[in-house]
Design a protein around this ligand. Structure first.
Ligand SMILES: Cc1cc2nc3c(=O)[nH]c(=O)nc-3n(C[C@H](O)[C@H](O)[C@H](O)COP(=O)(O)OP(=O)(O)OC[C@H]3O[C@@H](n4cnc5c(N)ncnc54)[C@H](O)[C@@H]3O)c2cc1C
Length: 393
């Protein structure tokens, strides 16, 4: 018998899993999640640094982070699986007045939206968090104690296991190869509109699935999925590389994620070592997931300039890795219905924030599918139409 589902979710990373969880939690369980890999987490989710923060500059990102961090703090109890949320904080360090003014403006916006625990900190305060940090050129910063880290793989598994316990189906090792869209009906053709095109099913390597609703949760591959339905989605893959050090005790055992705003270099503790990150501005879009050994020297230069003791840290390039951000033109997510295909929903383009925003994005997508709106944010803000209408964030 042909397979049918009320909703098909394409992609079982942290975002698709959160959508499945939130739909199931709202009572909608005839859902099929389709994943082309044999295991979950092979996409961006398994490559993430796991950082979560409410210290954003735009209201929509602050609102989504606020909801998500509160969710992470209750995750184990609510979802029944550990998120490994560690509220170690995020410490932004400014080396010029322009960056400091930016942090102060953001802090006011964060406070106005209910994130009231973001503190302004002096260079002396910063040195107390991480005594090994060079602060001679730092003019100040901000710290938020509820920012921190989660285990992205565990969060993803928690969402999916909970959804499956409620009846959601997961097909692994199954690729979606096509999306079926009915042609526009004659009334819409005569009026010159094409919004009557609607989803009827998906084709997969396991056969056809009949469904009226498809959620595109395909991470960096989202534009390819949208194209299957004849829709252009402005999401591009961009390589990001992370370098863990070997065990290193030249920094405290517990300290916040530290962001050096002069270079964008940031780092946190990961077990006995330190996890080093820096977004190379020379990186170009593309499906590149190989780690470039030349990146080690680039990042260590930035690391040693901010934390001189890191010059002694050992790095094994074999343990470093690369993954893909899913970038949009304004570096904000795209969440909501496709404007010209009824039944197609996007939850894509997180531009480096898909883990930290996963609870909110799952909830908003479930709300939009089941109720047509969400109380969490003004959903028009993240709609894909913002690009054609010139409302970039
Ligand atoms: C190095 C690095 C560090 C990062 N650090 C952070 C961080 O600190 N904090 C943070 O919030 N975010 C971070 N991110 C971003 C975050 O990891 C992503 O935004 C997030 O994981 C996106 O989740 P996703 O579920 O949308 O995508 P993915 O995890 O990529 O999942 C998409 C899934 O879709 C599947 N798929 C694709 N095409 C098909 C198809 N045709 N048929 C079936 N299945 C398909 C893929 O196999 C994949 O499993 C980082 C990313 C990288 C690369």
């Amino acid at each position: 018998m042909a397979e049918t589902a009320d909703i098909v979710i394409i992609g079982s990373g942290i975002v698709g899993s959160s959508v499945a969880y939130h739909l199931a939690e709202a009572g909608c369980t005839n859902i099929l999640v389709i994943e082309r890999e044999a295991h979950q987490g092979k996409g961006s989710t398994g490559k993430s640094m796991g950082g979560v923060r409410a210290q954003f500059s735009t209201p929509v990102n602050i609102q989504m982070a606020r909801y998500s961090i509160d969710f992470f703090s209750r995750f184990d109890e609510v979802v029944g699986h550990p998120a490994d949320y560690r509220a170690h904080g995020y410490l932004f360090c400014a080396t010029n007045e322009r960056h400091l003014a930016y942090l102060k403006t953001n802090r006011e916006r964060q406070h106005a939206l209910g994130v009231t625990n973001v503190e302004l900190v002096s260079p002396e305060d910063i040195a107390k968090f991480v005594p090994q940090l060079r602060v001679d050129d730092i003019v100040g910063g901000t710290f938020c104690s509820t920012d921190g880290f989660v285990d992205p793989h565990s969060v993803m598994m928690g969402f999916m296991l909970n959804a499956r316990e409620r009846g959601v189906k997961l097909w692994l090792d199954t690729e979606v190869t096509g999306i079926e869209v009915s042609p526009a009906d004659s009334s819409s053709i005569s009026s010159g509109e094409d919004f009557a095109r609607r989803i009827t099913g998906v084709q997969t390597t396991r056969g056809r699935v009949s469904t009226p609703v498809v959620v595109n949760a395909a991470g960096p591959w989202a534009a390819q999925i949208a194209a299957m339905a004849g829709v252009t989605l402005p999401v591009e893959p961009l390589r990001r590389q992370l370098v863990p050090t070997e065990p290193f005790d030249g920094l405290p055992q517990c300290f916040p994620m530290v962001i050096d705003m002069s270079t964008g270099f940031h780092f946190r503790r990961e077990g006995k070592g330190i996890l080093l990150a820096w977004n190379d501005p020379e990186e170009t879009p593309g499906f590149k997931t190989d780690f470039d050994p030349g990146f080690v020297e680039k990042i260590l230069t930035r690391a040693a300039s901010r934390v001189p003791s890191l010059i002694d840290a050992e790095v094994n390039p074999q343990r470093a890795w690369a993954g893909l951000y899913e970038m949009t033109p304004d570096h904000h997510a795209i969440i909501g219905p496709a404007p010209n295909v009824t039944g197609l929903y996007f939850v894509n383009g997180f531009s480096g924030h898909g883990v930290m925003h996963s609870p909110a994005s799952g909830r908003i997508t479930a709300d939009l599918i089941l109720k047509g709106n969400s109380e969490l944010i003004d959903t028009r803000t993240l709609g894909v139409e913002r690009f054609s209408e010139g409302r970039l964030l």
